[in-house]
Design a protein around this ligand. Sequence first.
Ligand SMILES: Nc1ncnc2c1ncn2[C@@H]1O[C@H](COP(=O)(O)OP(=O)(O)OP(=O)(O)O)[C@@H](O)[C@H]1O
Length: 337
Amino acid sequence: MIRLQNLRKNYTVQGKTVPALMGIDLTIEKGEIFGIIGHSGAGKSTLIRCINMLERPTSGHVIVDGVDLTTLDDRKLQEQRRQIGMIFQHFNLLSSATVAENVAFPLKLAKRPKAEIDKKVNELLTLVGLEAHRDKYPSQLSGGQKQRVGIARALASDPKVLLCDEATSALDPQTTNSILALLLDINRKLGLTIVLITHEMHVIRSICDRVGVIDGGVIVEEGKVLDVFLKPQHPTTREFVEQVADSAELREVVAHEKAAGDQTIVRITFLGEKTYQPILFQTMQETGTMFSILQGTISRMKDTPYGQLVVELSGNPEQNSRAIETLRQRGLEVEVM
Ligand SMILES: Nc1ncnc2c1ncn2[C@@H]1O[C@H](COP(=O)(O)OP(=O)(O)OP(=O)(O)O)[C@@H](O)[C@H]1O
């Protein structure tokens, strides 16, 4: 659906060239939710704004649904942009227009007939759960409600792609979750391709299928969220994974236990249905190994349940090796720490 080829963007500041994107190659498939995560200044906003050409790339190609946007004149670009909706961190609503008028705005601009606009606005307000607020002004809405208006407005022209520029960064955690759930719902109901940028791993973990990690204007790691999450390769990715993994606390616990003697400490990762099966207990019973739990989490990555347990094995060395081998044979990931 979206192909970025050797995308580069330089800004010029006081006569000096500031490179923001340094050769981005990415393919985003139709219907997927693709997250781009990076620290401040990494190039996220520049990248997402290049996808709808709000920012003109210095070189490279942006191909959306087979059309290379970098080759189009302004009129054709305007047309193609209708395929690409966008929502923003600070919502960008018209403060002097009601909820319904904000949603109707792109349709009025496109000179659609009034009956069609009314029907579409009603549908969209139902989709985002704001029917009861249609005549309110943005100042009378909560942050989450404002973002719902932003989403409804972005969907007014039936886009194929929705770009989300830090869409939940101004919201509290509970509201963030409700907006993420809405995005997931829209993705499923409408088959919409969603690209979002964020600096929060929680956002990626909740709804994305794949993720790209951007650092210094390049994608340093890319893959399925589950793979990137469980086996981060690049230091920047590891930092982001630590945001949601209690890693600092874990390091302390492991160091403390190791200091107490020659302990075998393992991290066991359960995925999917295995998360809920008593594999650990069975294996320990069969191999006669005792164990104590040092840390544990059960969570979800989008639709996949996963659990991680850090345990100390206190059998003899042979029993411990057999337990580790058996856990691996039963499909669990076991890392000796
Ligand atoms: N309009 C601009 N003029 C000059 N330099 C810019 C402009 N916009 C961005 N930059 C620079 O380009 C680089 C990437 O910025 P960008 O805003 O894309 O990063 P970001 O990852 O979105 O950061 P943040 O999360 O802080 O918004 C930074 O060095 C930034 O200073």
